[in-house]
Design a protein around this ligand. Sequence first.
Ligand code: HEM
Length: 432
Amino acid sequence: MSSRLFSFNGTILVPPTGIAHVNGEEWTLQRKLVVPELSKLKLVPTLYSWVNPTIKNNLLPILYNASKQNISVDLQNLMIRFGTENIFGFALGKKLRTLTTELPEDPLALAIDTTVQSFFKRLFYPNFMLKFMRFFSIGCERSLMKNHQILNNYITEALEERNRRKDETSDDDLLWTLMKKVQVNGHILPNSAIMSTILDILLAGHDSVATSASWFFWLVMNNPRVEKKIVNEILTVLKKTRGKDSVGSKVTDSIELPREEEIQEWMEESLSYEEINSLVYIHATLLETLRLYPSFPRMVRYAIFDDILPDGTYVPAGTDVILSLYSVGRMKSVWGEDCLEFKPERWLTADETRIERPEDGYMYAAFSGGSRTCIGKYLAFLEMKSVASAILLRYKLSPVPGHQVLPKLFFTLSMKNGLKVNLKRRDLAAIL
Ligand code: HEM
């Protein structure tokens, strides 16, 4: 069966040459080139160049102002901007500057949003209507073509600009890395495939992290027990890595409680790569969030040949098969009697020091499975863990009274009315 991230019903993306859409040899080649760039260690510069500076210089000042002025924020909106900034930084080395107090719109961020919305609208039209709309350049096809053109022009310009100054650039974004690899290997990938892959990465990464981070915050603020364990874990890690005894030397095993001023000092710099990797409980909480609220609630597979599913269902060639990850995550037969409970501990060993995944890897398909598994998983966890620890260490979040959190029917499982929250400076002394 063939994978279809943003396609449905026999219709495909324009142009269908990026990693998420091609199959066979072309896909193998693109995965070989792109996957190493999203491996754990290769992402360290992304954390320090994009994710952490965006948290420190953009997100935290907005939250600080809101808490000082006692006004609520739409955390989902902030998370979408955060995810979009990071993915443009990672893929193209570009800062959009959408995450400031005025919350300005950026034409590229808007183009990405509108493109995904147009894909979604496509689901509701038969093929002949889409062809008709495309021919006369009307409806969702017009919007798709227009916004695709905006993104395409931008990526083309970035590519040409890199080509002009190829001898002097030290950039380490994905576009430049792919261009270098192509040159080293003697033009394996045409420019059009590099561009489509960059576009696929932007589309797949701009709101997937944002939706899961939003559901994470919502679940955590409604589960004080989990919230307390998360804050304790961050403080324990920081105490080990940043704690000092009375004469200023580092301590790793002191049981003395740090002073409030000392904790404030720890918070001056965002968490390092090693500190983020030590956050096991937050990791488990994110896995649990994605079980109940998968960013991509359904996956579509297109049968190229006739097929028979494991339960005996016959699938004729040409059929789209939809798998509801949202339902699988809530099935008693898969997760047991407590399947509807929010329980991060189900992902941990008995001593809660390590993640323990289900033996059957396909039980949990939030990142898909097998050869077509998500390539942005490490980046997603890096972003989610960084932003989760930065916010929860500083603020206690609470839902704005009367605000209804409802899921929205879309490619990604976002919140229909956003996530309106009030922020209160966290009293760490009370926890210690
Ligand atoms: C919490 C965040 C994320 C979740 C839950 C997630 C989930 C998924 C899932 C379920 C698929 C399979 C879709 C299908 O085959 O129909 C997928 C594929 C993919 N994801 Fe992610 N994703 C996340 C973040 C990201 C990020 C940040 C990136 C960008 C680097 C990314 C890049 C991709 C790409 C390129 C594919 C297609 C891979 C292929 O077809 O070979 N994802 N993701």
